[in-house]
Design a protein around this ligand. Structure first.
Ligand code: GLN
Length: 547
């Protein structure tokens, strides 16, 4: 059977929630028993977002196979609870690199290489790889940016051709737009949507469904108007009012009968009826008033919450399973460096230091770790956050301030965090870190081992530096336990302190594997410690909705 395809384009403005819409539609289909995968087509020329600043792009989401991808892949994986692979995020850069490589080899000898057909063929080939590599029956494809952007034209053209190649019963086009609200006249406007549909049509694509996002309620007359002017059935004009609880969106789309419509259009019979019990419970629990647990996230891109989106979601998932409300305090590490550590952190119940690169803001993060250790405040370090905890501990144990990571100070006397041996000599920056899933053996009796409830796990990585084993003995004698190691025992994957309620750091990124109905065990353990610190009751055991 060939796969069925649902294509998502965006209109009017960017950031209308195309990624979340695609993810939620994926959930509708998974809930009916289909195997679903999602692919994002990014029009920029970088080969992947791994080399971009989080200020430009938000978080880099890492997959099992080590692909560094767009943060929308995080939405897809969390909503649908799937594990995607590197073909699920393609960029203009990748497409051109492939075609130009083939041209240099002489694969097209005698030919002129053009956007159509060479670039569009390569885009279509990469779209076809999703079903081949994941076995998905329904593939959702989201085009980044907004229709009309110069750089996304080849992608739009490839999607247009796919209707001809695959047929109408195998392809659906969903256009996600924005309805602005004019305050003076108090009305929602459909004209930008009409224009963007017209633009899409000028490239040969007529949408089958329009998802209209808006900050205010959308009444029936607006739906009718969009249906009429954009030539889409009224039942396929889906109002999507901004929803503070992201995970409610699949339920809203279900109510709007999006799933049924898509199956009808794709001529599919659902293996079983959707069962929303767990999701309804999730949303109901999110809405319930709960005691608050205050967690500080100490980072250096905190102005842009998208830079830490998986960390924030993982904390929320864990809080929900414990029946408490996450009160997240975004703390800029530079503010801590201004001598305000005590002020900023004294009222929080837990501290998270997430991943990061480069020396800016490092000392503030080390101070946060120091504050957590001295004051017995639960601390969770993710990758760089683990390295910060090690440096802070090293400064104490060695009674010396000259303890650092060689990433920040090449000539430090005590490089307790050092470049990994297989990273020596690497000069290219793109895609060369230690990336993706690696096994980690847990040491019995440790906080980490108890949290996971097993002794072998696999987690996703993205780093070049690691714990320097020359310090292992000294640190263990002084109360640091190496609770997770690579199977050969060489690489420290998890470190924790013994005389502290919860001070634990992971060299990997657990935040990439947390799911709303299946929170990550280490996030649960951390939030649990924070609840105890706050002195508030919590669900014990935590409520895992979909084990
Ligand atoms: N900069 C550190 C390293 O490369 C940490 C990386 C991270 O936090 N993802 O090892």
């Amino acid at each position: 059977m060939t796969a069925k395809y649902i294509f998502f384009t965006g209109g009017v403005v960017s950031s209308v929630g195309k990624g979340v819409t695609a993810a939620a539609v994926g959930r509708l289909l998974k809930q009916r028993g289909f195997k679903v995968a999602v692919q994002k087509l990014d029009p920029y020329i970088n080969v992947d977002p791994g080399t971009m600043s989080p200020y430009q792009h938000g978080e880099v989401f890492v997959l099992d196979d080590g692909a560094e991808t767009d943060l929308d892949l995080g939405h897809y994986e969390r909503f649908i609870d799937v594990r995607l692979n590197k073909v699920c995020n393609i960029t203009t850069g990748q497409v051109y690199a492939e075609v130009i490589g083939a041209e240099r080899r002489g694969d097209f000898l005698g030919g002129t290489i053009q956007v159509v057909p060479h670039i569009t063929n390569e885009i279509k080939r990469r779209i076809s790889l999703v079903a081949k590599t994941t076995g998905a029956e329904i593939v959702l494809v989201e085009v980044g940016g907004t229709v009309g952007d110069i750089e996304s034209l080849p992608f739009i053209e490839a999607l247009r051709q796919l209707r001809t190649d695959l047929g109408r019963e195998n392809t659906v086009y969903v256009h996600v737009t924005w309805l602005p609200f004019i305050g003076a006249t108090e009305e929602l406007k459909t004209k930008p949507t009409q224009h963007s549909v017209r633009e899409l049509r000028s490239y040969g694509i007529s949408p089958d469904m329009i998802v209209a996002r808006s900050d205010s309620p959308i009444d029936e007359s607006i739906r009718e108007k969009i249906a009429q002017f954009c030539d889409v059935e009224k039942r396929a004009v889906i109002p999507m009012v901004t929803e503070p609880i992201l995970y409610e969106i699949p339920l809203l789309l279900e109510k709007a009968k999006v799933g049924d419509y898509l199956l009808e259009r794709l001529n599919l019979t659902q293996p079983h009826k959707p069962d929303w019990t767990a999701w309804e419970k999730l949303v109901k629990e999110t809405k319930r008033k709960k005691p608050k647990v205050s967690i500080a996230l100490v980072g250096k891109y905190v102005e842009l919450h998208d830079a830490y989106i998986s960390v924030r979601e993982s904390l929320k998932h864990a809080a929900l399973s414990l029946g408490v409300e996450l009160d997240l305090k975004w703390v800029h590490s530079a503010d801590i460096e201004k001598g305000r550590c005590q002020d900023i952190l004294e009222s929080v119940n837990g501290i998270v230091v997430p991943g990061g690169f480069g020396s800016r803001g490092i000392e503030g993060k080390i101070q946060a770790a120091h504050f957590a250790r001295i004051n017995q405040v639960p601390y969770f370090g993710l990758c760089l956050g683990m390295q910060m905890m090690v440096i802070e501990f090293g400064r104490e144990v060695l009674a010396n301030e000259d303890v650092n990571s060689s990433e920040f100070d090449r000539s430090t006397a005590n490089p307790v965090i050092d470049l990994m041996p297989d990273q020596q000599g690497i000069t290219e920056k793109g895609g060369t870190m230690r990336l993706g899933l690696y096994p980690c053996v847990l040491q019995p009796g440790t906080i980490a081992c108890k949290a996971y409830g097993k002794d072998l796990v696999e987690e996703r990585h993205r780093h070049r530096f690691e714990f320097n084993n020359n310090y292992r003995e000294l640190f263990s004698e002084n109360g640091m336990k190496f609770s997770g190691l690579s199977p050969d025992g060489r690489l420290v994957e998890i470190a924790e302190l013994t005389n502290h309620p919860f001070m634990l750091g992971t060299q990997f990124h657990p935040e990439f594997l947390s799911r709303p109905t299946r929170p990550h065990p280490l996030f649960i353990a951390f939030m649990r410690a924070a609840c105890i610190k706050a002195g508030i009751p919590f669900n014990d055991p935590p409520e895992i909705l979909e084990p």
